[in-house]
Ligand binder design. Structure first.
Ligand code: PMT
Length: 409
């Protein structure tokens, strides 16, 4: 599957910080994902790392001087900014941030940023006292006013042997911000609530009833919704996945905890997607002490858990789009249609849980996507691509509703 960075013109402005070494790895990744990467290095950046490193990793010559007599006809100081799909300034020193905040254009990097109309992402990296100084904070505030996205640096031990905020963030977090910057923002204005993962229904302090959900499908929906511009809340059962960048996560264990968290967030949501595998039953009694094995046998009495999706269908707000999932082992279409109707859903994603490459745990999925107008069997693909196809349908449903109501959400 082609990366979203493929074919994008990405200008990376590297300034004078030891963290420039980390950015070399980022450039290498972007180039491997087939982005066209043009690196601009300031003079002080070249003190820390040789331009040859970035030239080799990006596969392109590195830009340094504003007026290069060899390439004078290209007018690099304007062309790089004008042709960019994205400008990333990383690491950004206090000095570069100050010069960008002042609108200076006294070197190739600042000129390129001024000439750019593409999204600009700035990753500050410096000593924490410099970062926390009111001058730097004011300058960062100005950059944000210009519409630049300024990342919060990570905290920890720095090259100067001091501890505090100022470290360059990790690629996994930066990557999500960059992907959002190069992705069409067709979910802007949507407040999305997603549930993911399993629930655990406790029997005693050691044991619980649960299911095979890994959270991969729900987390892919959260990541892709954020990239497409949505504000995302994720209510998640216990999974081994990190919280996606830009997403607000509420962690729960039981179905009743998920019910409480979802009920609190549902009113404000414009789209709700229930990808979680919620336990329908819980042990009627949760034992305080561990159940001993010397009993002759054990029969378990179970109580019904709330059907969260059903309740959301009953209390659906005007304009809200409600998307359910169905985990089925047979009669996919009939079961999906039944849930669509009885739970008052706008869309349902039905998956077959009896195959190794769809449903629980695996990285791929194949969804039968049903709404009131159509039914489509999506191709077998990665869960992220599946998530994008579900969002495509949500965007269409939103557009149809807006056309019918003659405007607003
Ligand atoms: O997490 P992964 O390993 O990536 O696996 C993904 C998945 C298979 C879990 C996911 O794609 C999926 O199918 N999720 C729904 C699982 C499920 O509980 O299906 P269901 O048919 O039992 O429930 C129907 C719908 O009602 C679901 O949206 C579910 O979230 C919701 N529900 C169910 C029971 C309940 N008490 N409350 C609910 O809200």
């Amino acid at each position: 599957m082609r990366s979203s960075f493929a074919g994008k013109n990405i200008v990376v402005g590297v300034t004078g910080s030891i963290a420039a070494f980390k950015v070399a790895g980022w450039v290498s990744t972007l180039a491997k994902e087939e982005a066209q990467v043009s690196v601009i290095m300031t003079r002080s950046a070249r003190e820390f790392i040789a331009p040859l490193t970035f030239a080799a990793l990006s596969g392109n010559p590195v830009h340094g001087e504003m007026f290069d007599p060899v390439r004078a006809e290209r007018m690099d100081h304007i062309a790089l900014g004008r042709d960019a799909d994205l400008v990333l300034v990383a690491p950004a020193t206090a000095d570069t941030i100050a010069r960008l905040a002042g609108g200076l254009a006294d070197d190739l990097l600042t000129t390129t940023v001024l000439a750019a109309r593409a999204p600009v992402v700035v990753c500050p990296a410096m000593n924490s006292r410099m970062y926390l100084h009111p001058a730097t904070q004011d300058n960062i505030g100005r950059l944000k006013k210009f519409g630049y996205q300024v990342l919060t640096p990570a905290a920890g031990m720095m090259a100067c042997r001091e501890e505090g905020p100022g470290r360059l963030p990790e690629w996994e977090d930066v990557q999500e911000i960059l992907l959002r910057a190069v992705t069409e923002q067709d979910l802007v204005g949507e407040r999305v609530l997603i549930t993911a993962g399993p629930t655990r229904e406790h029997l005693d302090p050691a044991r619980f009833l649960s299911n095979r959900s890994s959270g991969k499908m729900g987390y892919a929906l959260a990541r892709t919704a954020f990239r497409r511009g949505a504000e995302v809340h994720l209510v998640s059962g216990p999974v081994a996945l990190p919280c996606p960048a830009g997403v607000r996560r509420v962690s729960i264990q039981t179905a009743r905890e998920m019910h409480a968290a979802v009920s609190q967030l549902a009113d404000a949501a414009s789209v709700i997607v229930k990808a979680a595998a919620v336990a329908d039953f819980r042990p009627a009694v949760e034992e305080r002490e561990k159940v001993k094995k010397d009993r002759a046998g054990l029969s378990l009495e179970l109580s019904r858990n709330p059907d969260i999706l059903h309740e959301l269908g009953q209390t659906k707000k005007e304009g809200q789009i409600l998307v359910g999932f169905a985990a089925e082992s047979s009669n996919l279409e009939a079961e999906g249609r039944k849930k669509l109707a009885t739970k008052n859903l706008d869309l349902i994603a039905v998956n077959n849980i009896c195959s190794d490459s769809t449903g629980f745990e695996c990285d791929t999925n194949q969804i039968l996507l049903i709404d009131r107008e159509r039914e489509v069997l999506l191709p077998m693909t990665g869960k992220e691509q599946t998530a994008d196809m579900i969002w495509d349908r949500v965007v269409e449903l939103r557009r149809q509703r807006q056309e019918m109501s003659g405007g607003g959400r």
